[in-house]
Design a protein around this ligand. Structure first.
Ligand code: ADP
Length: 493
């Protein structure tokens, strides 16, 4: 089947979070399974610094944005080690900027215009390159207008009227909501600006619009697909999500093991390891990481890691309360790699200054260090308030780093709490807790620390995790079935 992916992130071109990992790897697996996949991606500044070969196509275009015509051109590349073409939408005024979506904690003021342009460019790509997609698979609010154009302006217009649309929600909290007058920028008829379709509490919402118009909606874990149908995780969209619940599916994200595998990870130097050789390899990685971070080199002290966006979503308000106490009283080391809210930057820097022997804080985005942390840490903590899927816990399993997670969304779907029963069944893979409280988090961390002190239990946890298979193969097959269902649905509309 011919499938066109519309996304604003794809590894290795550009990434701020899980969206980039997913859209860089799922298309490759789908193509391996026999589909013809094409990606369309904004040519952000990061794309040009990604080290990928980028070629001109000679194709230029112009699309209406409000009353003006805005020019753009397509560049071309490929997803590495694949035949998946990537068309890059080049428009320097919109995309040649320091960040992808905004700076200093806020979105760029013209985000509506930027991603209206992007959606129109995705549609342009179809005719410019004579693509014949059966399905357009759009991801997150930044591609939200793609299914809308297909079902409004392009309804009844060949070849667009026979294209089915799938929309994936990677995080419902990022909605692309704009002032209602921005409808003018989209060129879409005002009749669609109503509470069932594009209007959301008086604003224009790209995310709600996509949910309203896509043939099929997916999100990135079965639990999150349920959770977003009620407050608070519905973020105000429970009405439309319940209305569309028969078309809403949860498919867990897979891992790209060509990128995240301690047996072949180039970031680990000579210390690569697998589920047999980990006692030596992982110990060496831990030593190397402690050296790199300036922490005392101590094998017997558990090293607890966190990598990710420093946002409330990720449970940093809980960690901010638990960490000072642990740093003072508990014999454990911590490493935090992340960027995000200024308040957590301040708080973590302060802890690093007060407890240099116990915590290393890196306020940066470093893919290499993220890999080294997965390999060198003993535990990976994710006390998320909500988690659509979460990838770090899956990377942790593969690297023999035991996850300590809050049981929500994808974390609930992927981590089996360590209990007497799960140990007996050899399914235990981490530690999880439910109430969003510091007490519950501390209790889970304490259980993990006790298990760390018991080599028999700890080895089992490591081995259980390392032997699990969270590769894309099975999730890609679920997408495949959904694409078929989408075609039958869209044929009926
Ligand atoms: P989300 O998409 O909500 O940010 P995920 O767990 O799904 O969370 O994916 C996060 C991805 O981004 C992981 O691949 C993680 O390693 C990466 N990541 C996040 N912050 C950083 C950082 N500061 N440095 C390196 N990688 C990071």
């Amino acid at each position: 089947m011919d499938i066109l992916f519309s996304t604003s992130e794809a590894v290795p071109f550009c990434k701020t979070g899980g969206l980039g990992d997913v859209c860089g790897s799922l298309p490759v697996e789908l193509s391996r399974q026999g589909h013809q996949i094409t990606l369309v991606l904004p040519a952000f500044r990061q794309v040009f610094h990604s080290g990928q070969t980028i070629q001109p196509t000679g194709v230029e275009f112009e699309v209406p944005i409000g009353r003006k015509m805005v020019p753009g051109r397509f560049l071309k590349s490929f997803l590495p080690a694949s035949k998946v073409p990537v068309y890059l939408v080049d428009q320097p005024d919109y995309f040649d900027r320091g960040e992808l979506y905004g700076e200093d904690g806020g979105g760029y003021i013209d985000n509506c215009e930027r991603f209206t342009f992007f959606a129109r460019a995705v549609i342009e790509a179809i005719t410019a390159f004579d693509l014949q997609p059966a399905i357009v698979h759009a991801n997150d609010w930044t591609s939200g207008l793609v299914p809308v154009y297909l079902k409004t302006e392009l309804q009844g217009v060949p070849p667009f009227d026979s294209i089915g649309s799938v929309f994936t929600i990677h995080n419902l909290a990022y909605q692309g909501n704009f002032w209602h007058w921005d409808m003018e920028l989209t060129g879409i008829d005002w009749k669609y600006f109503n509470w069932r379709q594009m209007e959301f509490f008086g604003n224009l919402s790209f995310l709600k619009s996509a949910i309203a118009f896509a043939d099929v909606i997916t999100t990135v874990s079965p639990s999150y697909a349920q959770e977003i149908q009620s407050p608070p995780l519905s973020c105000g969209l429970e009405g439309i999500l319940r209305y569309r619940r028969d078309d809403l599916h949860g498919i867990i994200n897979g891992v790209d093991y060509s990128d995240w595998n301690p047996a072949s990870d180039p970031h680990l130097g000579d210390h690569q390891y697998d589920h047999v050789s980990y006692p030596v390899g992982k110990a060496a990685c831990k030593q190397e990481l402690q050296r790199l971070l300036g922490l005392p080199i101590r094998a017997e002290v558990p090293l607890i890691a966190s990598v990710g966006r420093l946002a409330e979503q990720k449970g940093f308000d809980l960690l901010a309360e638990v960490m000072p106490h642990w740093l003072q009283h508990v014999n454990a080391q911590w490493v935090v790699l992340g960027t995000g809210d200024a308040k957590y930057h301040g708080l973590l820097s302060d802890l690093a200054a007060r407890f240099p022997e116990k915590i290393a804080v890196k306020l940066e985005f470093s893919n290499e260090l993220a890999h080294q942390i997965e390999a060198g840490a003993d535990m990976f903590v994710m006390p998320s308030r909500y988690e659509p899927c979460g990838l770090n816990q899956l990377y942790s399993l593969k690297y023999g780093t035991v996850p300590v997670v809050r049981s929500t969304g994808g974390l609930a779907d992927t981590i089996t709490d360590c209990t007497e029963q799960s140990l007996a069944e050899r399914t235990a893979s981490g530690f999880s807790f439910e109430p969003y409280t510091t007490v519950a988090l501390e209790e889970a961390l304490q259980r993990a620390r006790s298990a760390f002190a018991n080599p028999v239990i700890w080895q089992q946890l490591i081995q259980n995790g390392m032997q699990q298979d969270w590769s894309w193969a099975s999730s890609a097959r679920q997408y495949d079935q959904l694409y078929a269902r989408t075609l039958s649905l869209s044929a009926g509309t």
